[in-house]
Every structure is written in C-alpha cells, then in structure tokens.
Design a protein around this ligand. Sequence first.
Ligand code: 5GP
Ligand code: ZN
Length: 115
Amino acid sequence: MPSDCLFCRIIAGELPSSLVHSDDSIFAIRDISPQAPTHILILSRKHVASVSDLSGADEAIVGKLFAAAAEIAKREGIAKGGYRLVVNTGRDAGQTVDHLHVHMLGGRHMSWPPG
Ligand code: 5GP
Ligand code: ZN
C-alpha cells in the first residue's frame, strides 16, 4: 500500500470516512464534496492508480466494482430513478486521486454531455 495514497489511508482506517459498503475487494464511502444528493465513491481495496493501470489480473476487481454499485444503488434508493457512474481517468478527465474509484451520482437529474 502506498503510504502517500489518500484512499489507501482511508481504507486502512488511518483517516476517517463515511462508510457505505465494505467487503473483501471493495470499500465505498461518501464523497467529502458531494456533487449530487447521493455521491458515493466505490474504491478497489487494491491500490491501482487508474483504469490505465489495470492488468488482465484485475478483471475481477472491475466486475466487483460494478456489482457493488448495483447493490449500493438499491440500498440508497436511487436504482429506480437512475444514477451515473463516472471513472475519471487521467488529468484531462479530472482525476485528482490516483487510486481506482467509481463515482456514483444520483438523486437529481443530470445533463449530458458532462462538462
Ligand atoms: P477524482 O477527482 O479523482 O475523480 O475523484 C476524487 C474524489 O475524492 C473527489 O470527488 C473528491 O471530492 C473526493 N475526496 C477528496 N478527498 C477526500 C476525502 O478525504 N474523503 C472523501 N470521502 N472524499 C474525498
Ligand atoms: Zn491507493
């Protein structure tokens, strides 16, 4: 675990967070700066810097991120109304924390295309 990674430190319990879901592979928390009524970050427990750093061995992690998203959306009551999953990858996309995570945004209407 990179000791300078914010999300690794949160997963390790070194920094506080608002926990939504935790299992062997996934850790989900509420975003500290929510951009929608529901804004959850679904993190892989394994440190992978971004989608660009995934290898074939990480296939299962990607599946588990999305399976967790489906389950969390139901629990949060946004599955029916709809929600958006976003994976910012690299600087142009606005990635600020280099640890693989899926944003789950819901609870309001969202426009397309994103800014
Ligand atoms: P990115 O910009 O990399 O796609 O997303 C990083 C997200 O992490 C941002 O939405 C930001 O608000 C959130 N964030 C940054 N620092 C913290 C923190 O200490 N705790 C939590 N829960 N979220 C954070
Ligand atoms: Zn990390």
